[in-house]
Design a protein around this ligand. Structure first.
Ligand code: TUI
Length: 314
């Protein structure tokens, strides 16, 4: 059995979070992960409070276990969803793509455990001071909005910079990755891309197919010109977007080009014009299975790896 301080902090069986993936991580997927002993997380993405309330109610109808909500700080609805999670007293809030400090007093007042995703040591120190319960150190191997550092170098530096429990994220999709994260000092992991092919995940079947078919070099990043690099599976959309970034079109035109592309991938399954956000882990995800089975399998493998961790010592 692998038990870490994260399990007792949150009342979960396995120290694993399911990443809040926009248009993908809904109440049904979050409940399945929580019922499997991890922490399921609903993505508030770019949606309003009414949508999020519906997903929170759905999760509560499917599980009695704790779950979380991820708030993407670049969302135009960040303010209203921040208020909603406080009213609803959601047990855990994770944040992404920015500095959550301005919402922290509201969430802490509501008794919420706030666990921000950070991509740098500076942000880890800042959220530690602001009252976070733990931090997620996310390397650029992950899907969606990514930072510059890899999980391998970011995780130990974040562990050195904070007394809080640290979860590693980015590039983790099996038990070997979990064991490696623990060796870097993490006491938990966040996994996105592998849960995208969970049976309970309602993303369009074409999205799952793309992840299952992906190899080691199937992803690429775009978005550096606008300051928000995003990792996705290479396809017509991603290649055209990258070309446009290096052309003379205006930033406004470029933004327009990206609008709705994730929706076209996740909801409509449009293989050409959709933007299939995914982490580098896509290259090692090979089968669709129930979320609970994924969790059991990953931790059984991590245990085996950790038991053999001293095998090269002489
Ligand atoms: O947020 C994510 N992943 C995402 S958000 C998203 S929607 C989006 N689409 C286009 C452009 C931007 C966003 C799709 N996937 N992951 C968590 C994450 N947070 N990764 C990196 C960070 C991060 C980056 C900078 C956290 C804090 C941060 O601070 C910067 C600062 O100093 O404000």
């Amino acid at each position: 059995m692998i038990k870490t301080p994260l399990c007792s902090l949150l009342g979960i069986e396995y120290p694993i979070f399911q990443g809040g993936m926009a248009w993908i991580s809904d109440g049904k997927l979050a409940a399945a992960v929580s019922n499997g002993g991890g922490l399921g997380i609903i993505s508030a993405m770019n949606a309003n409070a009414e949508y999020l309330k519906g997903q929170i109610d759905l999760a509560r109808s499917l599980t009695k276990k704790p779950f979380g909500v991820n708030i993407m700080l670049l969302s135009p609805f960040a303010e209203e969803v921040a208020k909603l999670v406080a009213e609803e007293k959601v047990p855990v809030v994770t944040t992404g793509a920015g500095n959550p400090s301005k919402f922290m007093p509201l969430w802490l007042e509501a008794g919420i455990k706030v666990i921000p995703v950070v991509a740098s040591v500076g942000m880890a120190k800042l959220v530690t001071k602001a009252g976070a319960s733990a931090v997620i150190a996310e390397g650029g191997e992950s899907g969606g909005h990514v930072g510059e550092l890899t999980t391998m170098v970011l995780t130990p530096q974040v562990c050195d910079a904070t007394h809080l429990p640290v979860l590693a994220a980015g590039g983790i999709g099996d038990g070997r990755g979990i064991a490696a994260a623990f060796q870097l000092g993490a006491v938990g992991v966040q996994v996105g891309t592998r849960f995208l092919v969970a049976e309970e995940c309602g993303v369009h079947p074409n999205y799952k197919k793309k992840v299952l078919k992906a190899n080691d070099i199937a992803t690429m990043t775009t978005g550096r010109r606008l300051g928000h690099p995003v990792r996705q599976i290479k396809n017509q959309f991603a290649k055209e977007y990258l070309k446009a970034e290096y052309s003379s079109i205006s930033d406004e035109e470029l933004e327009k080009l990206g609008a709705g592309a994730l929706y076209r991938a996740a909801v409509e399954g449009d293989e050409k014009t959709g933007d299939f956000l995914a982490g580098q882990v896509a290259g090692m995800v090979t089968k669709e299975q129930p979320a609970a089975e994924m969790i059991r399998e990953m931790f059984a493998e991590a245990e085996e790896v950790l038991k053999g961790a001293g095998k090269w010592l002489c």
